[in-house]
Design a protein around this ligand. Structure first.
Ligand SMILES: [Zn+2]
Length: 116
């Protein structure tokens, strides 16, 4: 059987390996899993990621503007909030569409491989 060489530790590795057994370096792209658990994890990340970004806005200056008593500054804060919400919705939507496409294309490639 043909063998490859690990780029990091120069150990011979089988072409079917995804990781070098000696040093753990990734040597091949593992096939995408489309199990229910993986899908649930991807979808969960899609939901959580914008929320994680949301946590960072405690440092976001828009908060100060939004809470300001100055009507002009408050207006800036409101616009900033609206933009933030729009971008969050877009991020969720894009993540969802992208995830769907990735899963679908990997299902298609598996189906082709096994002649379903
Ligand atoms: Zn290695």
């Amino acid at each position: 059987m043909e063998t490859n060489i690990c780029k990091v530790c120069h150990q011979p590795i089988l072409p079917t390996y995804y990781f070098c057994p000696n040093c753990g370096t990734k040597v091949n792209e593992a096939p995408l899993s489309t199990s229910a658990g993986t899908q649930a994890w991807i979808y969960t990340q899609s939901i959580i990621l914008p929320m994680v970004l949301f946590l960072f806005i405690t440092r976001w200056p828009g908060i100060k503007y939004f809470k300001s008593d100055d009507p002009k500054a408050k207006r800036v804060g409101q616009i900033a909030w609206a933009l933030l919400i729009i971008s969050t919705v877009l991020t969720i939507w894009l993540a969802y569409v992208w995830t769907e496409q990735t899963i679908q294309s990997s299902i298609n490639s598996v189906n082709t491989d096994f002649n379903f």
